[in-house]
Design a protein around this ligand. Structure first.
Ligand code: COA
Length: 257
């Protein structure tokens, strides 16, 4: 498939998706969101990718938010549909993908941009990164899961502060509050993402897919995370990966998944 607003690069089992609208600080317009959905579907279906890295083009921004020019004249019905569609097709979709997705935040991650990074399984950032949910300064609230995922990551009080003040935090503060796992220089950002990806690739993809399901279950309404863990744990025993992993350990060799 060919895309206008994203670049896709595959290197062995690692696929990097770069959001590529640098003149608009990679803001998420309708077409970019649709392309992201299609790309994730395509990559999950190709069965060769074991880790996805999501980043932004240029040195200034990961994603500076949803494209404000597209929704400034929306009314209630259209606003509701925008959030509903976006959550379903992109943000929830990424969170529930069976392949790990790492957000490599290379600059501004604001509004929908931070929400996109938060939908990924974990985040790393370059030291120039600035993160925030500035929606209340525009007279709206985060609509792509930000009011839910930010408190999950940084705690309710810090999330409330960030949403109410609309202020941006820098990479150091993001590291301190647990919003990102590492901060490095801009040059070191993608190599770090690739290094983490190469560690993930050494482990069972089926077990990782089960772990994603179990961890996510704990954050879903009406789903018992412990029950989901038991189910996924049991399921692992029926996989070739489990046979290979335990056999390799007993034979004192590295598992080959
Ligand atoms: N939606 C649409 N366009 C955006 C955008 C967004 N969220 N963020 C940036 N852009 C566009 C700007 O309009 C500008 O386009 P232009 O050159 O055609 O005028 C271009 O990207 C560059 O942005 P600019 O504002 O000139 O860069 P800056 O370095 O002065 O400021 C920011 C950077 C991130 C502080 C500023 O762009 C900004 O506040 N963006 C909006 C952030 C936001 O509120 N996001 C949440 C949306 S829900």
């Amino acid at each position: 498939m060919s895309y206008n607003n994203i670049l896709i690069e595959q290197d062995d089992n690692i696929t990097t998706i770069t959001i590529n609208r640098p003149s608009k600080l990679n803001a998420l317009n309708r077409e970019t969101l649709s392309e992201l959905h299609n790309a994730f579907v395509e990559i999950e279906g190709d069965k060769t990718t074991r880790v996805i890295i999501l980043t932004g083009s240029g040195e200034k921004a990961f994603v500076a938010g949803a494209d404000i020019s597209e929704f400034s004249d929306f009314e209630v019905k259209e606003g509701t549909a925008l959030a509903k569609q976006g959550q379903k097709l992109v943000f929830d979709f990424i969170e529930n993908l069976s392949i790990p997705v790492i957000a490599a935040i290379n600059g501004f991650a604001l509004g929908g941009g931070l929400e996109l990074a938060m939908a990924c399984h974990f985040r790393i950032a370059s030291d120039n990164a600035k993160m925030g949910l500035p929606e209340t300064s525009l007279g709206v609230i985060p609509g792509y899961g930000g009011t839910q995922r930010l408190p999950q990551l940084v705690g309710k009080g810090k999330a409330m502060e960030m949403i109410m003040t609309a202020r941006m935090i820098n990479a150091d503060e993001a590291l301190k509050v647990g919003l990102v796992n590492y901060t490095v220089t801009q040059e070191e950002l993608l190599p770090l993402a690739e290094n983490l990806a190469s560690k993930i690739i050494q482990n069972s993809p089926l077990a990782i897919a089960s772990a994603i399901k179990a961890v996510n279950a704990g954050f879903k309404d009406g789903v018992n995370g412990y029950d989901k863990e038991i189910k996924q744990f049991g399921k692992c025993f029926g996989t070739d990966d489990f046979t290979e992993g335990t056999t390799a350990f007993l034979e004192k060799r590295k598992a080959n998944f």
